[in-house]
Write a protein that binds this ligand. Structure first.
Ligand code: ADP
Ligand code: ZN
Length: 432
């Protein structure tokens, strides 16, 4: 049941000692990059003063803007001749950043993905279909190499072309898939259109869903429609890509692979560490990176550490599913709202379809929120009164959670734009 039992179940004392020795090596390596040479000098940091894991807090934080400003090579800690691959972030919140890998970096990353997939039950005899975009995006090649290392038969289907995806699943007896959750929901209507029942007509046992925030409700809807288990997969290009944290069969939080990363949760305002269990921003340090070590990276992803051991026996601590990025927070009429709060409510209401969009408008200094909600076909074609009741119910349920009254527009199934990559949930048309 373990890919690497010694590492996955290592006692905490030993694991922390391993982290500390790897941290020291990382600081030595990072100190060779133009960026960290300057930063360490500016803050008068002697890396030999870092002697415990608590000392990590003395190290400077790194932000996405730092990475953007150092474009393209400022973070390189090795010669260019030692690099074998470049990837890039998706650019969800602005200009994308680039990340370089040595051969060893790729091997470590690949191993983390093999370990993660093995943890959920995927084996050599499985057929793995990767529905993520191949190319600069880490979700394609990252999982591809990981599944090959595990020994599975890999179908590099890439994103889009929904009918062909389904045909591939049927023809080649796909047993595991990697898919963006919003796309998994969209695909349900294509299955229906093709009159294919994934529970009966495919052999899929498990899915790895990630790359974007999604609620537990959305996971349950996906699991219910397809009849498989959907394991949450978290990662970011700055650390490697997917394979940073992954759900085990207990599906109660994601194990962060602490032999490869140091994780901290900080208060995004005071920037101080918060105790295990409290929500804050996830900060990560690479421990085995050669090409581009990154120290205390502010992910901007909000989560908390789930205190206590996991029943699966792994000792690497777990984080709760990501609530969203701090950048995703909507501030309207002085109220702070995360799109996932809206999703959680919507997905619990019978009749609601698979997609939604939040639009923010400003008129005469007055902010309004419009929530466009796709409705299931039966409802949409049903009588008007029923539709109006549904609309009212959505308004009431949202209001009870987000405390402001949104305008709700019901739209037909599949009428909202969908992207092949990460879903766009918010359109802010307010001009300052
Ligand atoms: P970008 O930051 O431009 O989107 P990446 O492709 O590197 O570039 O995406 C990493 C980000 O995607 C994470 O920082 C996080 O915000 C989001 N993400 C990845 N996996 C998950 C997940 N399982 N749940 C929620 N958010 C996720
Ligand atoms: Zn576990």
């Amino acid at each position: 049941m373990y890919w690497e039992k010694d590492i996955e179940t290592m006692d905490r004392g030993k694991l922390e000692a391993l982290q500390l020795s790897r941290l020291k090596e990382t600081l030595e390596k990072a100190g060779k990059s133009p960026y960290y040479t300057k930063v360490f000098k500016d803050c008068g940091l002697d890396v030999h003063q870092i002697n415990t894991l608590e000392d990590v807090e003395k190290l400077p934080l790194t932000t996405k803007d730092d990475l953007r400003e150092q474009w393209p090579y400022g973070f390189l800690a090795c010669g260019k001749e030692d690099l074998v691959r470049m990837h890039s972030s998706s650019g969800t919140t602005g200009r994308a950043i680039v990340v370089f890998h040595t051969k060893n970096d790729i091997d470590q990353w690949t191993n983390l993905l093999a370990r993660s997939m093995y943890m959920t039950g995927m084996r050599k005899s499985d057929v793995f279909q990767n529905l993520m975009t191949y190319g600069l995006f880490t979700g394609g090649l990252g999982f591809h190499y990981g599944a090959e290392k595990l020994g599975a038969l890999v179908i590099p289907a890439s994103a889009g072309n929904s009918k062909r995806q389904i045909q591939l699943m049927i023809d080649f007896d796909t047993t595991y898939i990697h898919i963006i959750p919003s796309y998994a929901l969209h695909l349900t209507s294509v299955f229906e259109e093709m009159k294919v029942d994934p529970r009966k007509d495919t052999k899929i046992k498990g899915a790895f869903v990630g790359a974007e925030p999604h609620s537990e409700k959305m996971r349950l809807i996906i699991e219910d429609f397809y009849g498989f288990k959907a394991y949450n997969s978290y990662g970011l290009s700055e650390m490697c890509g997917p394979g940073v944290a992954f759900e085990c069969p207990c599906q109660n939080g994601l194990h962060v692979w602490e032999d490869n990363f140091i994780m901290e949760i900080i208060d995004p305002v005071s920037l101080r560490r918060v105790p295990d269990g409290e929500e804050g921003e996830l900060v990560m340090t690479t421990l085995l990176r050669e090409g581009m070590p990154i120290i205390r990276y502010r992910t901007r992803d909000l989560t908390r550490i789930i205190p206590g051991p996991c029943e699966c026996g792994r000792t690497h601590r777990r984080i709760e599913r990501i609530k969203g990025r701090s950048d995703d927070m909507i501030i309207i009429k002085g109220v702070n709202i995360f799109p996932i709060q809206i999703e959680r409510k919507l997905m619990g209401i019978p009749g609601v379809g698979t997609n939604y969009l939040i639009i923010l408008e400003r008129e005469d200094f007055n902010d309004t929120m419009i929530v466009k909600v796709e409705v299931q076909k039966e409802f949409f074609l049903g009588n008007l009164k029923q539709l109006e009741n549904l609309r009212r119910r959505i308004v009431e349920e949202l209001k009870s959670d987000i405390l402001i009254t949104p305008k709700v527009d019901l739209v037909g199934p599949d009428s909202l734009d969908k992207s092949e990559g990460k879903a766009v949930r918010v359109k802010d048309n307010r001009k300052d």
